[in-house]
Ligand binder design. Structure first.
Ligand SMILES: O=C([C@H](O)CO)[C@H](O)[C@H](O)COP(=O)(O)O
Length: 208
């Protein structure tokens, strides 16, 4: 079954915990977005894991260097997953995987900015990534002509475990599920909704 990941791109620990409190019953993975971690530091990871010990906490570091060191920092703070950029060298990903194995946790490779996402996904799974995020970031989504369909098509032919992130919402969730993605990531569709709990519930129900 496709898991639901809420991406929290808010800027304070207080707001992030308040949102997570509303949506936790409907999500499998709680992602602390890169801007949130940059704003609040590692303490937001610890606070979220302490508040939701039964949820998988995803630290969206988007690490580009010092893979082992940065992944170790995330896991020590309480993360279950950390992201490493797919555009970086194999040694950075391998280093993060080494840290993940030491902690019994996992690395997710984020393909933001990668030209051939499917090829890179297949390569980094061999390095030990748990799954690969086929990702169009917030800036790419704002570009003219962006469609999540490109990520959905890539997921169907990836042949390795992938998540999809890039404007997942109620209109696209069924296609995301049918693509075989192991995780659907929804940020704005949940934290930007009038009723985030209802939005998360509807997305979760579509995945069941
Ligand atoms: O990872 C993300 C982005 O780079 C900012 O941190 C988003 O959390 C991810 O794109 C999912 O959010 P939505 O696109 O708003 O669903």
């Amino acid at each position: 079954m496709t898991q639901l990941q809420v991406a929290i791109d808010l800027l304070t620990t207080e707001d992030a915990i308040a949102l997570a409190t509303k949506v936790a019953p409907y999500v499998d993975i709680i992602e602390l977005g890169t801007p949130l971690i940059k704003s609040e530091g590692l303490s937001v990871i610890t606070a979220m894991k302490d508040a939701f010990p039964d949820k998988l906490v995803f630290a969206d570091f988007k690490t580009a260097d010092a893979g082992e060191l940065e992944a170790d920092m995330a896991f020590k703070a309480g993360a279950d997953y950390v992201t490493i950029l797919g555009s970086t060298g194999d040694s950075t990903i391998a280093g993060a995987v080494k840290a993940a194995k030491a902690h019994g946790k996992a690395v997710v490779v984020d393909t933001i900015g990668v030209q051939d996402r499917v090829k890179r996904a297949q390569e980094v799974i061999k390095l030990g990534a748990a799954f690969v995020e086929l990702h169009a970031g917030l800036d790419e989504q704002a570009e003219d002509g962006y469609s999540i369909q490109v990520l959905i098509d890539e997921a169907t032919r990836a042949g390795v475990p992938v998540s999809i992130a890039g404007g997942v919402n109620l209109d696209s969730i069924q296609a995301v599920k049918e693509s075989g993605a192991v995780v659907a990531v929804a940020g704005g569709a949940i934290y930007g909704a009038k009723d985030p709990a209802a939005a998360a519930k509807a997305l979760k129900e579509a995945l069941n």
